[in-house]
Design a protein around this ligand. Sequence first.
Ligand SMILES: Nc1ncnc2c1ncn2[C@@H]1O[C@H](COP(=O)(O)OP(=O)(O)OP(=O)(O)O)[C@@H](O)[C@H]1O
Length: 227
Amino acid sequence: MIVELKNITKYYQNSGSAEKRIILDDLSLAIAKGESIAIVGPSGSGKSTLLNVISSLDTCNSGNMIFDAQDLSKLNEKELANFRNQNLGFVFQSHHLLPQLSLLENVLLPYLPEKDKTVKKEAEKRALDLLEFVGLSKQIHQRPGQMSGGECQRAAVVRALIHQPKLILADEPTGSLDKKSAEQLGDLLVDINEKQAVSLVVVTHSMDLAKKMKKIYQLEDGKLNLL
Ligand SMILES: Nc1ncnc2c1ncn2[C@@H]1O[C@H](COP(=O)(O)OP(=O)(O)OP(=O)(O)O)[C@@H](O)[C@H]1O
């Protein structure tokens, strides 16, 4: 398993109030290595919260989160940050590329402080290969403002992959795209999941995107149901 959530409970409680608002209710989930899953559910059902718990960006009130056989509850903040940097790739609804940098520079940004020339060269080779894989090899020197929304989002996927993560977490990755670009991005994520040996968790309102994943879970009343 790449991810095992065991009996996760997460609630919010206003200060001074005894009432708890339960978002994740004794929820368990196992994601196999190489698997792709979609999490769907009504607005406010806790999808982003769940994604944040999986990525260790958010804590839960009880339960365990195991990643690749490692119990994350045993790690401190600094160790968690290292864990995220090494193992996870994030794709958001907006691409968050820096407008003043070229596409290639954006993708290689995490390697800017890198002093080891071999590591840098290898990252550059990976960046060029991945940019070719997503069909952007001709645009590597263009800036985000000179590219379409779909192209920027594909570049954001490459940025998420550049450090060879084990798991990609995507929160509404097609939410800002038109139908055709959304379709292309969904296919790209599936292709990457299958060919780059990376597991994939996608949170979305789009059933078109969800259906491309191997499993679809519906989050409702704090519980996950396999559709
Ligand atoms: N820091 C917080 N304090 C209190 N309540 C919060 C906090 N963060 C989130 N919530 C509540 O938790 C619930 C779940 O939020 P979440 O963003 O996970 O839902 P979602 O399913 O991703 O929604 P959407 O589909 O609209 O993005 C919401 O009702 C939200 O208001």
